[in-house]
Design a protein around this ligand. Structure first.
Ligand SMILES: Nc1ncnc2c1ncn2[C@@H]1O[C@H](COP(=O)(O)OP(=O)(O)OP(=O)(O)O)[C@@H](O)[C@H]1O
Ligand SMILES: [Mg+2]
Length: 254
């Protein structure tokens, strides 16, 4: 199993990048794929063309009250696992897990521990696990993003964007988050990129520049899914390049 996740400032194109990665893996027939939407502001299903009724958080909220009142012989762990099995949306070429945002008060530690175990167990059934994250650093400081083979930090070409990407990278190092490789992606690239010497010295490699692509924007405006995107889209071609260089080549050599 190979695990890819994203991090980055708000609106830099993380969800779009993750969707393009999934599209590229499907085209290369690198299945089965598990997509995880770990952003509480659930956006990945829409761009993948999936409708859903319940997130994992909804199910945990709903079952939390029932945990002290289970049918005889049913353990809490078994009950939560049984309900979680309903959450996996199966689609053509990939499955999707939607984490959502817990609403209710009280402690989620118990449910979260089971959830972590469930995802770890489930992940073993897939060749690729691809995770979209919320903007900012909380998923790193809470260590919900961990054990990642490749963490892509996505930025726009601005100085503020690059500074923010570097801060994220430094946090990954500081917290010793288990990440095998980390690379910077500059999205919305149109030929110019802020000059930021600290980034060059930081050890965070620039591994791709995704062009600003009207096809992507048109798709988003129409609310269509990523599978309707023209395969000649400039952004998609660059994401395929990035995967070839950063993931497939390295996998072949290892
Ligand atoms: N390369 C690109 N060219 C043109 N438009 C793009 C490109 N990448 C993303 N977009 C558009 O920019 C908007 C924001 O993208 P996206 O939702 O992927 O960002 P995000 O980083 O996931 O945002 P958030 O931080 O809210 O999760 C979307 O409308 C998307 O269609
Ligand atoms: Mg997003």
């Amino acid at each position: 199993m190979y695990n890819i996740a994203v991090a980055g400032k708000g609106g830099t194109g993380k969800t779009t990048f993750i969707a393009l990665v999934i599209k590229a893996l499907i085209i290369k027939n690198l299945k089965p794929i598990l997509a995880i939407d770990a952003d509480p502001n659930i956006n990945l299903p829409q761009i993948l063309g999936i409708t859903y009724e319940e997130s994992i958080a909804d199910i945990i909220d709903e079952t939390k009250e029932r945990l002290d009142n289970l049918p005889a012989g049913m353990t809490k762990e078994r009950y939560i696992e049984y309900r979680l099995e309903d959450c996996l949306k199966e689609s053509s070429g990939f499955d999707l897990l939607i984490m959502g945002r817990p609403e209710g008060p009280g402690c989620y530690c118990y449910a979260n521990t089971i959830l972590r175990g469930h995802i770890d167990k489930l992940s073993k059934n897939y060749s690729y696990v691809i995770m979209d994250n919320e903007a900012g650093m909380e998923h790193l400081s809470r260590k919900t993003t961990r054990n990642v083979d490749y963490l892509f930090i996505v930025s726009d070409p601005s100085l503020i964007g690059l500074k923010s990407a570097l801060r994220i990278y430094n946090l990954v190092l500081e917290l010793k988050i288990k990440v095998v490789k980390c690379g910077l992606i500059v999205n919305y690239y149109n030929g110019s990129l802020a000059d930021f010497p600290n980034l060059k010295e930081s050890g965070l490699p620039l591994c791709g520049k995704i062009p600003h692509d009207q096809d992507i924007l048109d798709l988003a405006i129409k609310g269509e899914d990523i599978f309707k995107l023209n395969s000649n889209s400039k952004a998609f071609l660059e994401v395929q390049n990035i995967l070839e260089e950063q993931v497939f080549k390295i996998q072949l050599n290892s």
